[in-house]
Design a protein around this ligand. Structure first.
Ligand code: ADP
Ligand code: MG
Length: 405
């Protein structure tokens, strides 16, 4: 399970710091704070264990001795764990930059206002302070982009695309890629055969089973409680592990679900079922663009064509982009590629190379491609695809800033 247990450890010899950090976390229920007397340098041997047991390590900075202690610790723990230093303000910009290069994630001045300290502690410990945005969402102006991913046949790679595209859309930057530019939700709406939870080593979720069987009231609290927070930063609604009657979901429920998610996230990536059911209509209506994952065989292109025709009855102007999986973009289009584009009346826009070794490696480890094989051809191709989608959706935003649903 990756649902984070948020825990912070403070290494400090100074009462005013201990007091201030304690105060900053007073009203926060699901964060635990441990205090350990000492300095980062003095607890050195124990620090690795602290990284394993806590999301965030906070310490009072002693620039003279801590520079080495930080570098040493980073060498031992790699990218794991987040380090926050509180500095009395005497440190120079050059020193601060050197400390960041050595592996400190953030340096804050101390004293600092309680509000700012609370905010920083929560953000750095990976606490989802953004969830309230999902709760009291009614007049939030922002609407995230919905990107459904649809397979033309079983086993073509739609789930692989959905998961790793969602990851790439976060556009993580910074040292050790911890800061995400976008909040992304991933929803496994392949409710009968969903494999997202399996692929990422998460628990199945009962939300869609209950939506289908009990007509539960779908409020924002219920949705956010059902989401699992993956270490990558993705929030994920998994499929159930018991058989849910797929026809029993209804349009209104799915519409409400996706609408809620749009208010809380910048991108909502949906792993779609292959079955054509009534409730996919609201997803088509809300979609920024639909990605159709295919190969270039005649039966697959025919099926893609049929699906596009079907979707256009629901929404004529739905942008459908083709993703050819298991094939590198050819230098020159072969005849069957030209034929396919003609039949589909659109380009074969994205090409993802066949990369069984890395696809398998990620699956076996229950990891994202970016974690299991960051430099692999498939990982890079999905990243490039995400960059195009980010540009296109941002351009669409710029074209019509205030007229969204
Ligand atoms: N580009 C690729 N190269 C090699 N193997 C892939 C590729 N894309 C997906 N796979 C593998 O194909 C299998 C089916 O993928 P999956 O994403 O579950 O398909 P779908 O969701 O369409 O049924 C998985 O084992 C996956 O790792
Ligand atoms: Mg799938």
């Amino acid at each position: 399970m990756t649902t984070a247990n948020h825990s912070i450890i403070l290494i400090s010899n100074e009462d005013d710091i201990t007091h201030a950090v304690g105060e900053a976390l007073t009203d926060i229920k699901d964060v635990t704070l441990d205090v350990r007397p000492g300095t980062l340098a003095s607890v050195n041997g124990a620090a690795v264990q602290m990284v394993d047991q806590h999301n965030l390590i906070v310490f009072k900075l002693n620039a003279d001795t801590d520079r080495e202690a930080v570098a040493e610790l980073r060498e031992q723990v790699g990218a794991r764990g987040t380090l926050l230093a509180l500095s009395d303000g005497s440190i120079s910009l050059a020193e601060a930059m050197e400390l960041k290069q050595n592996g400190i994630d953030e340096i804050l001045p101390f004293p600092i206002s309680r509000e700012v300290l609370t905010k920083e502690l929560l953000a750095l410990s990976g606490h989802r302070t953004q969830l309230p945005a999902l709760m009291n969402d009614e007049d939030a102006p922002r609407m995230g982009h919905v990107v459904p991913v649809m397979p033309v046949r079983g086993g073509i790679g739609a789930t692989t695309v959905a998961i790793n595209l969602a990851d790439a859309l976060q556009q993580k930057t910074g040292m050790r890629r911890k800061t995400a530019a976008h909040r992304v939700a991933l929803v496994d709406l392949d409710i009968q055969f969903g494999t997202v939870a399996n692929a990422l080593d998460l628990d199945p979720s009962d939300i869609f089973f209950r939506m289908a069987s009990e007509q539960v009231n779908l409020d924002a609290t219920f949705i956010s409680q059902s989401m699992q927070q993956h270490d990558s930063g993705l929030d994920i609604l998994a499929a159930p592990d018991r058989f849910a009657p797929i026809e029993a979901l209804d349009r209104a429920q799915v519409d409400a679900l996706v609408g809620h998610l749009q208010r809380g996230y910048d991108y909502v990536v949906i792993d779609m079922p292959r079955t054509l059911v009534e409730w996919i209509a609201p997803i088509l209506t809300r979609a920024a663009r639909l990605l159709m994952v295919t190969d270039t065989t005649v039966p697959s292109i025919r099926q893609a064509h049929r699906l596009i025709e079907f979707f256009s009855q629901e929404r004529l102007d739905l942008p459908v982009d083709m993703v050819v999986n298991h094939e590198k973009k050819p230098m020159f289009a072969a005849r069957h590629h030209v034929e396919a584009q003609k039949v589909l009346d659109r380009p074969l826009k994205y090409w993802l190379p066949d990369d069984p070794r890395h696809a398998r490696q990620a699956l076996d480890r229950g990891e994202l491609l970016s974690d299991a094989a960051g430099g692999a051809p498939l990982t890079k191709a999905i990243r490039r695809m995400s960059e195009t989608i980010l540009t296109e959706t941002k351009n669409a935003d710029a074209a019509q800033p205030k007229t969204k649903k």
